[in-house]
Ligand binder design. Structure first.
Ligand code: NAP
Length: 325
């Protein structure tokens, strides 16, 4: 019988992955943070072995490594799905909250993988990263940076250790899971009542929209199962058109990315909320970039249109043409 370990198994993507693995006949060590979920996991199947892990508490990670290691000879796949979203304006956001974001989304996964690495010899580590790893979402910088860190650490681990363990990053776009609703509560105090409030309100509306309009977590679980079965999977997979577009966007020069992202943000927030207030917030960050990108303006298609959507489209086409050439 094959063995898998899944963190974040109690909800969303991790829960779908857990159920898909059970259907394929795996024995699954399923990570839960809150004891209230243990029973739900146990009644799924006799092949589920729930284990407690809180990604912010080192001792629970160490305990999980001991429990799992002593209960199996070999692990075929580790799926790191636990995660949360910390958002806020970097000017005022508590560094402790940023630190916790890195613990939950990056360091803890690395620590767990290190502890189980020998058992994973010949197996796979699949990290549920995000399109945020491409790093183009203002006010979501802690989330983006934590996902980028996750990818960078595991990319290096892959290169350093060769073929011992196959390490794969899965980067979904927006997926309709409870992650977004939870993010509203987690970040409710981060924007304050001042100049950033309007952006916080926009992000709340956006989180609600994401909860309803994202792809199904089943799409991600299916891709994970495809990767598990593949003999030679790629190192990285994006899931969804939004993730693909963000990947292409991330390949443009930074000054162009900045301008597109600023315009998109301004347009989206303005469309939803108060245009006057928003201009006050975002204008401040746009001004210094103008000089730097003046040179680019002359010869890029991106700069020819006043419409941010057209500019984004043009920039993506240019990036794709470059990619294909
Ligand atoms: N939803 C999206 O649009 C999207 C897109 C790209 C990537 N992702 C990534 O996909 C992964 C799964 O997210 P999801 O969308 O399925 O969200 P979700 O439904 O909220 O699931 C997140 C899981 O992580 C667990 N978790 C959170 N904090 C934890 C902690 N400190 N210790 C241990 N477990 C913890 C949660 O447990 P509790 O419920 O007990 O907190 C839950 O089981 C995350 O890494 C997320 O960043 C999501």
């Amino acid at each position: 019988m094959k063995t898998a370990v899944v963190t974040g198994a109690t909800s969303g993507i991790g829960n779908y992955v857990l159920k898909s693995l059970l259907r394929e006949g795996y024995k699954v060590f399923a990570g839960y943070r809150d004891i209230k979920h243990k029973k739900e996991l146990m009644i799924l199947s006799d092949d589920v072995i729930p284990f407690r892990i809180d990604m912010t508490k080192k001792w629970t990670i160490e305990d999980a490594i001991k429990t799992i290691s002593s209960s199996c000879e070999k692990i075929d796949v580790l799926v790191n799905a636990a995660g949360k979203v910390v958002a806020g304006p970097l000017e005022t956001l508590s560094v402790d909250k940023v630190r916790e974001q890195f613990e939950v989304n990056a360091f803890s996964h690395f620590e767990l993988a290190q502890g189980l690495f020998d058992k994973l010899d010949g197996g796979k580590i699949i990290n549920i990263s995000s399109m945020a790893s491409y790093g183009v979402f203002p006010f979501l910088a802690p989330y983006c940076a934590s996902k980028r860190t996750l990818d960078m650490m595991f990319n290096s681990l892959r290169i350093e250790t060769g073929t011992k363990v196959q390490i794969i990053s899965v980067k979904p776009g927006v997926i309709a899971t409870p992650l977004w609703e939870k993010s509203i509560d987690i970040n409710k105090d981060n924007f304050g009542a001042g100049k950033y409030k309007i952006v916080g309100d926009y992000l709340v509306a956006n989180a609600i929209r994401n909860s309803n309009s994202g792809l199904s977590p089943k799409t991600v679980a299916n891709k994970v199962m495809e990767i598990i079965k593949a003999k030679n999977p790629k190192n990285s997979y994006t899931i969804g058109l939004d993730a693909f577009c963000v990947e292409m966007l991330s390949r443009l020069p930074q000054c162009i990315i900045d301008r597109i992202v600023e315009e998109q943000l301004r347009k989206k927030v303005a469309a939803q909320l108060d245009k006057v207030l928003l201009t006050g917030v975002v204008q401040k960050t746009v001004e210094p970039e103008k000089e730097e990108s003046a040179e680019v303006e002359e010869d890029t298609v991106v700069e020819n249109s006043e419409n941010p959507d057209e500019r984004l489209e043009a920039a993506l086409q240019e990036a794709m043409a470059e990619e294909n050439s």
